[in-house]
Design a protein around this ligand. Structure first.
Ligand code: C2E
Ligand code: CA
Ligand code: CA
Length: 520
């Protein structure tokens, strides 16, 4: 019976410890007899030991399932953090903390791909802070970095949707701007440049920008075919910006084909300059200087001409500015000084007429402490007299280290060379330079004899300048003289020498020698 079953099962479990939980349940017993079912009432008891084993089982399960899950979770989190760090490393500028160039290229490509089919024109801009090196020299590189951060911060708040920017190098930033028209783009950039000057309140800073415009593709086919090399485009924008170098008052320049031609020319010049110097393609030309009254040759200026087998005669203004930038000018100046020294000693040996020859010495040379010693060595190599050589320097040489310049000029004078100030009057601090530097000869700039101003006023300025030079015991050379009346006026004022097309253009040495011979 059920009661008996109950009793016996309870009694069976009596030897076990005190149950925590006790219940019964009915369990069907499988039978072969048809129409009958047999049930067994089972007793279910949970004791302390069961709980312990259950806990152990759960713990083991957690160990096997939970720990790997946690580990997996931690792994995912750390790899996300690592990825983020990697992205930062890859896309973050270490100086500004903003975007770096890699980011700019990637972002720009995305933007152009996304917006390429709209009517927008994009401007790739090279934004450049002028004289950043000087700023760092005066304030330290830490301040320089702070300034770059500020520029980055300013640009960040001034970019619109679908635009991007990043620092390229030093104080150069690349911008991708969306513009409605060229005029709107220039106007916006002008505003940007003006506002950027205010980033550093206590100091004057200025910027310039070059622009390369990316017009929308005309049709689907062109759009699909178009491959934009952003690095190259940025390079064009910076070429446009560099083309303004030295031009006062210009701050924004749009890239055009002429700039590309100049770039190609620059590359060609730089590729060939070394070989050209070695092959003697740079030739010495002499422009005679005449006495205004006797009209005889009393001196000459050495001017270089590049006679290239490929391009014919190349005038100096096509390569001297390039050499001044890349430093090759010092090599060329050395060569010209040597050529003049060689010529002076040849004149002496052959008993020809000897006149002082002036040589242009670029301002780039005036950073060398031992410049005087160096020039002496070059001249002495040919045994030429120092008195026959005059060194012409332009006012721009006076803007560097004044003490060093004074020291070099003093040494050069002690060596017996005379010093001439070229293009006097073309700059603005000429008078001060006259006061401080040991100058022997003043060359009046051509501009004194050009221009639309009143003739009388021009004559008064020349007259007063000659008077000033005379009272400082300097000799005066007037340059760029093309008219007889100019020669007559200068003769009246006591000008010492005249150089200009009125008398002669720069001549090859052989022609100069012939002319000097005829001159007697
Ligand atoms: P610069 O030293 O002022 O030379 C005078 C320039 O004026 C020369 O141009 C000369 O040909 C030109 N000139 C002379 N008389 C007249 C005239 O009556 N009318 C006009 N319109 N021009 C006249 P060039 O030879 O083309 O030289 C240009 C500049 O290139 C020179 O200006 C000088 O700054 C630089 N240069 C030339 N040769 C050398 C050199 O060997 N070394 C360096 N560092 N610079 C040089
Ligand atoms: Ca000169
Ligand atoms: Ca000159």
């Amino acid at each position: 019976s059920i009661e008996a079953l109950k009793k016996s099962s309870y009694e069976d479990n009596r030897w076990m410890e005190e149950p925590l939980f006790h219940t019964y349940c009915w369990v069907e017993v499988p039978m072969q007899m048809q129409g009958y079912r047999m049930y067994y009432r089972a007793s279910l008891t949970i004791v302390q030991k069961n709980i312990f084993f259950m806990n152990v089982a759960i713990l083991v399960q957690m160990l096997f399932l939970g720990v790997p899950t946690i580990l997996l979770f931690v792994n995912v989190l750390s790899s996300i953090a690592m990825q983020k760090r990697m992205v930062n490393l890859l896309y973050q500028d270490p100086v500004t903390g903003g975007n770096n160039w890699c980011h700019f290229l990637e972002q720009s490509r995305k933007i152009l791909r996304r917006f390429g089919n709209t009517n927008h024109t994009y401007a790739v801009v090279n934004l450049h802070m002028l004289r950043f090196q000087d700023f760092c020299a005066c304030n330290g590189s830490k301040e320089g970095d702070e300034l770059l951060k500020k520029i980055d911060g300013y640009l960040k708040v001034n970019m619109d949707r679908g635009e991007t920017f990043a620092r390229f190098s030093k104080a150069d930033f690349g911008l991708l701007l969306r513009c409605r028209s060229v005029e709107q783009c220039e106007k916006r950039l002008k505003k940007l440049l003006v506002e950027l000057t205010g980033v550093k309140r206590d100091q004057m800073i200025s910027f310039s920008a070059g622009i390369y415009l990316l017009h929308p593709a005309a049709n689907r086919k062109e759009r699909r075919r178009r491959q934009i090399d952003l690095d190259q485009v940025y390079h064009f924008a910076s070429a446009a910006r560099s083309s303004m170098r030295g031009r006062e008052g210009e701050y924004i320049k749009l890239f055009d084909q002429q700039i590309l031609q100049e770039q190609l020319w620059r590359r060609k010049v730089e590729e060939r300059m070394e070989a050209a110097l070695a092959a003697g393609e740079f030739r010495l030309y002499l422009q005679p200087k005449f006495h205004p009254v006797t009209e005889k040759i009393v001196g000459a200026e050495a001017l270089v001409r590049w006679i290239s087998p490929e391009d014919g005669m190349i005038p100096p203004n096509r390569f001297i500015p390039i050499f001044e930038e890349n430093g090759f000018i010092t090599r060329l100046d050395d060569y010209m000084i040597s050529e003049v020294a060689k010529l002076q000693s040849e004149w002496k040996i052959h008993g020809q007429k000897q006149v002082p020859v002036s040589v242009n010495v670029s301002r780039v040379n005036f950073v060398k402490e031992d410049l005087a010693e160096h020039i002496c060595r070059l001249v002495d190599g040919y045994g030429a007299a120092h008195a026959g050589i005059e060194l012409e320097l332009t006012e721009s040489a006076f803007f560097g280290n004044k003490e060093l310049l004074q020291k070099i000029l003093k040494e050069l004078k002690m060596c017996g060379f005379s010093i001439s100030m070229d293009d006097f009057g073309a700059g603005y601090s000429s008078r001060n330079s006259l006061k401080d530097l040991p100058i022997d000869v003043l060359k009046l700039d051509m501009d004194f004899f050009r221009g639309d101003g009143s003739k009388e006023r021009g004559e008064i300025v020349v007259k007063e300048t000659i008077r000033l030079a005379k009272s400082l015991h300097m000799k005066i050379v007037a340059e760029g003289i093309e008219k007889k009346e100019q020669v007559e006026f200068l003769a009246e004022q006591g000008c010492d020498m005249i150089q200009g097309y009125y008398f002669a253009k720069p001549l090859p040495v052989s022609e100069f020698n012939e002319r000097a011979e005829r001159d007697g």
